[in-house]
Design a binder for this molecule. Sequence first.
Ligand code: 13P
Ligand code: SF4
Length: 348
Amino acid sequence: SDQVYDERIQQAKDRLSQELVIMGHHYQRNEVIRFADFTGDSLELARIAERQKEARYTVFCGVHFMAETADILTDDDHIVILPDMKAGCSMADMADIDELEEAWEVMQEEWGDTIIPVTYVNSTAAIKAFVGRHGGTTCTSSNASGVLKWAFSRKKRILFLPDQHLGRNTAFSMGIPLEQMGIWNPIQGDWEEIKGSMEDIRVLLWKGHCSVHTKFTVDQIKRVREQDPETKVIVHPECTFDVVQNADENGSTSYIIQQIKNAPAGSKWAIGTEVNLVQRLAENHPEQQIQLLSRTMCPCLTMNRIDRPHLLWALESLVEGQPVNQVSVDPETTYWSRKALERMLSIV
Ligand code: 13P
Ligand code: SF4
């Protein structure tokens, strides 16, 4: 039963004591996140991983790219475990290193040495390493504009991957018009859309997206406002351009949490992000009226794969001294992806 699982998880945690750190992303289920020593958005969790010096093990309750990032940023002998290896991120899977090498070549031919690559942390370690090797960096949804500003101080053009929406929304908020953004289709290995002239292009958007956040629509915003004009709409910048433009506010997971925390009692919100987080916010803030922007649930299925049985299995494997599901990035990839991540951590 759930109670037996909870007891055994707690026992394993107690046995491992200082040797273990459990990290939990805000999109995790309640049943899992309650055991986390640290919770956060992806930037906060990366910063926490960087500081882990005492513990031998991190059990990462999140998705694969986050566990890779933790492995890259911790010492070589630190072991990072992902309780379910099937907890990937469909957006990260949309940028393949071979596709990137091919795209980079085409772009170099067009624009020579005027491009700097920036990857959203929602990408594989191989992509991060490519970016590190080419003088670029990573970003998260909470520091994207600071990172793009830094990148524009170095080069005229930015290749942004894998999320076209975060790239477009952030660049637009910095004053770059849509005509100065092109979309690269990695599957066709060709441009999908270039509105202005090639010379004027400033941002090269990789055609990737988040299947959870792109489910929010402008119609949903209209419906909420028709029902109650006082309800504020706040969405994650992985939502489409139109949704972000029509929302009252947009920001990273932590930004959304902060805005709700700071709002006066009686505030009304419709939130466009992962449903576990929205439900938790509603539970933690009964003094406010909080609803999910869409009528249908929109869980991140891979985040939700981490449940009690997987967490217990991972912890007990450590107690037994035979770790399962270790996420381990090879030394060469670690070297370059770490450069990319460290650049980000020093910029913002
Ligand atoms: P945050 O950077 O806001 O934690 O988002 C991570 C993520 O996967 C959003 O879908
Ligand atoms: Fe990836 Fe979207 Fe899930 Fe975030 S919510 S982990 S971007 S699929």
